[in-house]
Design a protein around this ligand. Sequence first.
Ligand code: TRP
Length: 339
Amino acid sequence: MQKEIVLTGITTTGTPHLGNYVGAIRPAVAASRRDDVQSVYFLADLHALVKAQQPDAVHRSSLEVAATWLALGLDTDRALFYRQSDVPEIAELNWILMSVTAKGLMNRAHAYKAAVQANEESGSPDPDRGITMALFCYPVLMAADILMFRASRVPVGQDQKQHVEMARDIAQRFNHHYGEHFVLPEADIGADTAILQGLDGRKMSKSYDNTIPLFAPQKQLRKLVMRIKTNSLEPGQPKDTAGSALYDIYRAFATPAEAEAMKQRYAEGIGWGQLKEELFAYLDAHLAGPRAEYERLLADPGHVEAILRAGAVRARAMAAPLLADVRRAVGIRPLGPPG
Ligand code: TRP
């Protein structure tokens, strides 16, 4: 039986944080162990160029993201794990898809619209100021990522849902015009996956600068946990777990029984200071093992490189036959047997 293909990309900007772990990496690593799906996970380093034009940061982030997934136990024999830029078939498909993508569809992309709106609000006479073609066409490259591997399910955050819908639109347009070549993908928003609160109580996100890096060294981890926002209730006063960032983070790691016990201690008035010490110790104990492995991998980038290259060989072998069909379908074919 053909396994369902579940694919997602990780943009290589920044350092993975607790929110990425709980919301995306942990469920993805778990899903990759299932026998009924083929997981396809990749470093979206071409997408990273859209947001970050700092070469060293993009390069470093690729290593950090790859090392994070490997340290957390991603089994790269089972899951297909590669770097987008190592698979040139994706870039070629991107161009072919451009030719069936309506500009008007891209005009409606949230990310592009938000950039235009920011320009308008800043009073700029040019609504497209600072907006590159890469930002504008970002959803087409994402469609190529998805369609190239015949993925039917794409686990993403809410903010990426529209992009997956666009990939579906683009696939439909192509199939309609050139015949059935692409599987129509669907976004999997995972209603049950946690959205973690950050240091300031808003969603943990690098755009809010309120994150706790997943593998922060022990000292930094402690410092950051101490900075998590609480309220002015004193020790002894009953506290509510609802809205408490400390509780939110604890619960994301704890067993249901542990979380229930913690709720009780909130009600009994445990002090914020003590809670922070306990949360730090708890996180530190949970992360120490993978953190050591992460550090080992960072110190051996050649090993990470070899894993990614091996993934790319497999990915290209999967991509090549579909790309060959697509090229033929659009009229890019040999003119005759070479004489
Ligand atoms: N755009 C996605 C993000 O920022 C990353 C990504 C790139 C992706 N290509 C993808 C996700 C394909 C799913 C499928 O989160």
